[in-house]
Design a protein around this ligand. Structure first.
Ligand SMILES: [Zn+2]
Ligand SMILES: [Zn+2]
Length: 560
């Protein structure tokens, strides 16, 4: 992206402008801005996750220079629901904006817990304003109404944003599940009422826009999961997203019906459990056992719900599969159920984990072969049904990779929506009150969290880290006396290379370094730079010839 403009146009009081800083052209890192009458609000502030190309970086947040540049023209940050791809960046970006964060009571409790854990000092200053499902609130230039929708986390909302430019609707993540297990089915009367009032534009979830039909109901999972547990005579572990409170409920009831005790393994599951319980969810279930309690029961008496469905190396299931977990183990004859979908980009890590389990003679069950998962997003028949209720004049597909946005746009046109546009992160669009067009582009980007420090994903530090991973590292220590003569033999150490233990090669390398340093003039040896260069090129020659590798070489010159 060469565009670096961080200044948004000033929206007039007859139009609503829209721009996404994340979430259009990717699934994850959702952040949309809506502008009217000179002011803006942000909807969602999510993260996405690192992969093999970002070694050491697990969390990626949007570049919010555009949002920060708004200053006090940013009236609020509204969170649609408590999923990481919608709320997860708030703790990391908390210091960069001053306005309050608006969200449901459930999301508020979840966010407070996250701010305590990840937010640092900036997190403590975030002002959180709760809006219940069905509630309305004036936020800057918009009258905002939250309408509860079924999804895979409690209190997910569709948002109506009213202004003098008309009503625009931000769908958030949703499905039309008649039996959501946690929460209520969608209030179709209320949605139809919005349609009657007039929806100028709909910004809508595209995750499953390439899938025909109707996404299956969470309530259809209870029976097959119960049957599955009953059919096993040893441990049954479930891997699922910690945020999927309905699934925790479904698995707990199935375990009970199959005569087993259920427990949770992993920090994020316990955090979600505590937040959900505090808000009256997960009621009427037997208590979830702690990890040590689960570990003490016979294998045929337990069901363990674990973090790590995406093959994350630090999550519980990964540690269990490596026999690194203190309380929970898996053995031949056990069953591990992946009650989740593979997030694009994670397929390799998930495949590796599943292969490892299979090699241990563990039975791996996925939603490809058994009814153990349903999606939280709408397929085509549900999209069509929502269009028929809201009757939007315009559609802007969101929450999807390019192929999802594109497929959703074609489908929207087929369903008769008059105006449909595909936009990507950074495209500033007039959504309502004037022609439906792109006005300009603004800067967008991704920033990695390297521990607690922000790191540029296209910067030198990460590039070096990738190179180190590919070619290993070499270190040379050269010790010179006051006159610039070698005071001791130089030392070479290698790491991440098979040659690291090859004594002959190391000795040859050290001799080559000594010779190269001695070949320098006495004058040259007075400065570190020529000594470093000579040592580095001597070592590089030896390694290239004997190993064919070009590791990162660092040289340390000590003077005694
Ligand atoms: Zn989402
Ligand atoms: Zn979601």
């Amino acid at each position: 992206m060469t565009e670096s403009n961080v200044t948004l146009p000033i929206p007039s009081d007859t139009e609503t402008l829209f721009v996404a800083l994340g979430g259009l052209g990717e699934i994850g890192m959702n952040l949309a801005l809506y502008g009217h009458a000179g002011k803006w609000i942000a909807v969602d502030m999510g993260v996405t996750f690192g992969d093999e190309d970002t070694p050491g970086v697990d969390i990626i947040v949007p570049d919010i220079s555009v949002l920060t540049a708004l200053g006090d023209k940013l009236a609020g940050v509204l969170i649609t629901h408590a999923h990481e791809d919608h709320i997860g960046a708030v703790p990391y970006l908390a210091g960069r904006f001053k306005c309050p964060v608006y969200c449901s009571p459930f999301a508020a409790t979840f966010l407070r817990r996250k701010l305590e854990d990840d937010g640092g000092s900036a997190g403590k200053k975030v002002k959180i304003v709760e809006i219940p499902s069905g509630g309305r609130k004036k936020i800057g230039p918009f009258e905002v109404e939250l309408i509860g929708m079924p999804h895979s986390v409690p209190e997910a909302h569709l948002t109506a944003l009213r202004s003098a430019a008309g009503m625009v609707v931000h769908s958030g993540d949703w499905k039309l599940d008649p039996g959501p297990v946690v929460g209520k089915p969608a209030d179709e009367k209320r949605l139809a009422a919005l349609g009657k009032e007039g929806v100028a534009a709909l910004v809508c979830d595209s995750t499953n826009a390439l899938r025909e039909g109707w996404t299956r109901s969470e309530s259809e999972l209870g029976e097959p999961i119960t049957d599955l547990i009953r059919s096993r005579d040893r441990r049954v572990l479930f891997a699922c997203f910690s945020s999927n409170v309905a699934r925790l409920n479904t698995i707990a009831l199935a375990a009970k019906a199959a005569g087993r005790q259920v427990g949770l393994v992993g920090r994020s599951l316990w955090r979600m459990h505590d937040v959900a319980s505090a808000h009256g969810y997960l009621k009427g279930l037997p208590p979830f056992l702690k990890e040590n309690e689960l570990g003490q029961l016979p294998a045929n008496k337990i069901v363990a719900i674990c973090t790590g469905s995406q093959g994350e190396p630090r999550a519980a299931l990964h540690r269990i599969s490596d026999a690194q977990h203190r309380h929970i183990q898996v053995e031949a004859g056990d069953t591990v159920v992946f009650s989740s979908r593979d997030i694009p980009g994670n397929e390799k890590a998930i495949g590796r984990l599943q292969n490892k389990l299979v090699a241990m003679h563990v039975d791996v069950v996925t939603d490809g072969t058994a009814k153990v998962h349903v999606s939280g997003h709408p397929a085509r028949d549900e999209l069509k049904h929502l269009y028929s209720l809201l009757k939007p004049a315009r559609l802007l597909p969101a929450h999807g990779e390019g192929r999802h946005l594109h497929g959703h746009a074609i489908f929207g046109r087929e369903c008769g929506i008059p105006e449909v546009r595909v936009a990507f992160n950074g495209d500033v669009i007039r959504l309502a009150g004037g022609d439906y067009e792109e006005l300009t582009k603004v800067k967008v980007g991704r920033v990695g969290m390297d521990g607690d420090v922000k790191i540029a994903l296209d910067g030198d530090a990460l590039r070096e880290r990738r190179l180190m991973r590919l070619d290993g590292i070499a270190m040379i220590t050269v010790i010179l006396d006051g006159k610039g003569n070698l005071a001791a033999d130089s030392m070479v150490t290698l790491s991440g290379l098979e040659a690291a233990a090859d004594e002959d090669l190391l000795e040859a390398a050290e001799i080559a370094v000594d010779e190269a340093v001695e070949d320098l003039s006495q004058k040259a040896r007075r400065d570190d730079a020529p000594v470093e260069d000579a040592a580095r090129s001597a070592l590089r020659r030896v390694l290239r010839k004997q190993t064919g590798k070009r590791p990162r070489i660092s040289v340390h010159v000590a003077r005694v």
